[in-house]
Design a protein around this ligand. Structure first.
Ligand code: FES
Ligand code: FES
Length: 203
């Protein structure tokens, strides 16, 4: 899981890249903890063959079979058909793959699918539908806060998490809250406007 620049060490669920590398190929089921490298004597060794996996995504338990090396992002996109989270940098740098894990924004490209077992995963698809958009989704449309749109799902998910923590954020809080997401088209001013609109609508 990525260490988003806006979240750093204040969240024990966050995995540094070092921890991620330590846990590759080792399920966290034995420890029940995401973010702590399991001790060798506690770790359940999985793989290298594909293993059955149940993930709770958008309120529904979904079962699939993946190799333990598969990231949550690829499991969502390639195995569960949820393509909202985008694959861009695959190194925790851009935030395009942001999903919520137990309500916290994480980069799904930096988390193994096997390590997401037992957690509540929410993707952009779980926030709303084209017919019934969430306030954040509707505000992004209203503010025209996108160009190519590739970064948009990640921004929408991160903005949703931000507004849950800061229902009435200042511009500086919005910038800090979205610091882990990059928009190559440079639509930042519209994105910040969308978050402010959504805050007003929610309020
Ligand atoms: S694709 Fe995950 S942070 Fe860029
Ligand atoms: S709208 Fe194109 S990358 Fe953000």
């Amino acid at each position: 899981m990525t260490k988003r620049p806006d979240e750093d060490a204040r969240d024990p669920l966050r995995l540094s890249r070092r921890t991620f590398l330590k846990t590759v190929g080792v399920g966290a089921a034995a420890t029940g903890l995401i973010g702590a490298a399991p001790r060798p004597d506690q770790a359940e060794i999985l793989g290298p063959d594909a293993v059955p996996l149940s993930l709770k995504v958008n309120g529904t338990v979904r079962t699939t079979t993946v190799e333990p090396r598969v990231t949550l992002l690829r499991a969502l996109r390639n195995h569960l058909g949820l393509t909202g989270a985008k694959e861009v940098c695959e190194r925790g740098a851009c935030g395009a793959c942001t999903v919520l894990l137990d309500g916290e924004p994480v980069c799904s490209c930096m988390l193994l699918a096997v390590d997401a077992v037992g957690h509540e995963i929410t993707t952009v698809e779980g926030l709303g539908t084209p017919e019934r958009m969430s306030p954040v989704q509707a505000a992004f449309v209203e503010a025209d806060a996108m160009q190519c749109g590739y970064c948009t799902p990640g921004f929408v998910v991160a903005s949703t998490a931000l507004l849950r923590k800061h229902p009435n954020p200042t511009l500086e809080e919005i910038k800090a809250g979205l610091a882990g997401n990059l928009c190559r088209c440079g639509t930042y001013s519209r994105i910040f406007e969308a978050v402010q609109k959504a805050a007003k609508q929610r309020g």
